[in-house]
Design a protein around this ligand. Structure first.
Ligand code: ZN
Length: 546
């Protein structure tokens, strides 16, 4: 690793100059690496016809090209660093896709204290919010600058300029489009061919609308989700979409078995434990659910903590006319259960409740979490104004929404059990598996939306007595009170959302979002259990690159 050469390039502010202890650094790096355990993830493709297998090969090649794009989107120096790093640094880079550890935000290069910039690679690293806003308000290019699909660069005359993704990443997007068209030619599935062709067009035009619509209509065993989607990486404005890809093999039977739950969404909304005027009966219910095994992923989703389920597309126009699709990544869920959830449970959950923690309950919790994002207050009226929960709660919105989806995920499972749609025997598994899941996600850090969401639930249930810490330092759920407290927490969160109550949410976070010393000490017992997996997929094998 040649960080000595790279550091001056990286340094926008001057890093502190302490004496660099190489051994200590190596140990620190291996401690960081051990937080992500490599796990081989496989998908059964033996039942695929030759045509679909051929299509799959082209899709993987298209997906591979999302990697260099995202690496550049994440940080301007990344492409150079990726070339130069070797050994442990190369591995660190492969996990975090940049010089900052995505768990604690620290720079992991030797003797480096350069903070992660909010600009990511989307904007010049020295650009300030004020400069951007000044430029966009008096220039004519506001739309381009704020577009999901442009990179902002600094010209020679030091002015800012927006460059469309299709131009900036042309050398990757053109061959990716070619691979998508080859997949379209190979497959006998019309819906897959249609999506591949329209998405190939979008790569060259930056107009993703039609292909997002076609993605909603995908009905194929071999599937792909590919393109610029999430905007989390742009921490300055949240405008820019990061490229990523999931190549998957669907399980139509498992998908059909879960699809019946989505029909219950209106009944669930009507039954929510909140006053009727806070309910939202008009929320869309066209929500296909797919159960898939992942063959390969690349780009944004391959960095840091790995996705186990997603809900796309994000384009509100598509969501309004077709809803959104929930995709459960079955083999990744199983891998995380085996490598992380079960070992955590053994350390932190009382022995008598361990038999009631299993992968099925973890998978169900993931599904009902995703379904629950489609329930509860969304569009609201505040002080006579029509507005949205998101707009009123601003930066407080995401953790509260994630906490809602989690605890409502428990509540909705109870709902379908009461209706006889899910084996009532599974009730026993629901709470202990939820509890073990909390410990897993709190480790992502309480600054992160999911980490904070889990902290809130933990504290709420601990204070109400539905979760109990025993003298042994292990935890159990109290089956007697848990159901009532689940309803109460769903109610408390939904009322904050329905009122668009920013001040109330601040207060709620004060009460519930801080990590207590006791829990902190208990979590320290988990140090040898990885925080997440580092997936190794079949297509990674040939050259060990993705
Ligand atoms: Zn969520």
């Amino acid at each position: 690793m040649r960080s000595v050469i790279l550091l001056p390039l990286l340094a926008l502010s001057t890093p502190s100059c302490s004496v660099f202890d190489h051994l200590e650094y190596e140990q620190g790096l291996s401690a960081r690496l051990s937080k992500f355990v490599p796990v081989e993830i496989t998908a059964d493709d033996s039942h695929l016809a030759a045509s679909e297998r051929a299509a799959l090969g082209h899709l993987v090649e298209a997906a591979r090209l999302m990697h260099p794009i995202f690496v550049r989107q994440a940080w301007v120096m990344n492409p150079q660093m990726e070339q130069d790093f070797t050994g442990a640094a190369k591995e660190m880079f492969a996990i975090h896709r940049g010089p900052w550890d995505r768990l604690d935000e620290e720079c992991w290069l030797p003797d480096c204290d350069v903070p992660r910039t909010d600009t990511a690679g989307y904007y010049p690293p020295d650009m300030t919010k004020e400069e951007f806003e000044g430029w966009t308000t008096d220039g004519t290019s506001k739309t381009d600058a704020e577009s999901l699909f442009t990179m902002v660069v600094r010209d020679e005359d030091s002015g800012l300029r927006a460059v469309p993704y299709s131009k900036f990443f042309q050398r990757y997007l053109e061959p990716a489009a070619e691979h998508l068209r080859a997949a379209a030619d190979a497959t006998t599935n019309e819906s897959l061919a249609r999506f591949c062709r329209s998405r190939a067009d979008a790569f060259l035009s930056d107009d993703y609308y039609q292909s997002d619509m076609d993605w909603m209509d995908l009905d194929s065993v071999v599937e792909i989700t590919i393109g610029p989607y999430e905007t989390y990486e742009d921490r300055m404005f949240g405008y820019k979409a990061a490229y990523e890809a999931f190549v998957t093999i669907a399980d139509p039977e498992a998908s059909a078995a879960l699809a019946r739950y989505k029909n219950e969404l209106p009944a669930m909304e009507a039954a929510l434990p909140i006053p009727d005027h806070m309910k939202n009966p008009n929320r869309g219910t066209e929500s296909p659910i797919r159960v898939v095994d992942v063959v390969f992923t690349a780009g944004d989703t391959r960095s840091g903590v790995q996705t186990i389920a997603f809900n796309l597309p994000n384009d509100e126009r598509v969501r309004e006319s077709k809803g959104s699709k929930k995709v459960l990544l079955r083999n990744v869920i199983q891998a995380k259960y085996d490598a992380i959830l079960e070992p955590i449970a053994k350390k932190l959950v009382v022995e008598s409740q361990l038999p009631f923690i299993d992968a099925l309950a973890f998978s169900n919790q993931t599904l009902f979490h995703e379904l629950s994002h489609g329930l509860g207050p969304g569009k609201i009226v505040k002080d006579g104004r029509e507005t949205e929960v998101r707009l009123e709660l601003k930066e407080l919105y995401s953790p509260l929404e994630e906490a809602k989806a989690d605890i409502m995920g428990v509540w909705t499972q109870l709902f379908v059990m009461d209706k006889g749609m899910l084996d009532a025997e599974r009730r026993k598994f629901l709470y202990p598996t939820w509890l073990a899941g909390l410990f897993r996600s709190i480790r992502f850090g309480v600054e992160e939306a999911h980490g904070k969401a889990n902290m809130i639930q933990f504290n709420y249930m601990l204070k109400s007595g539905a979760v109990v810490r025993e003298a042994s330092g292990k935890y159990r759920v109290d089956f007697e009170t848990f159901e009532t407290e689940t309803s109460n927490l769903v109610r408390d969160i939904c009322v904050l959302q329905a009122n668009g109550d920013y001040a109330g949410t601040v207060d709620f976070y004060h009460r519930y979002a801080e990590m207590g010393d006791e829990l902190r000490a208990d979590l320290d017992r988990l140090t040898e259990i990885p925080v997440d997996i580092r997936p190794i997929y079949g297509p990674d094998r040939p050259d060990q690159e993705d």
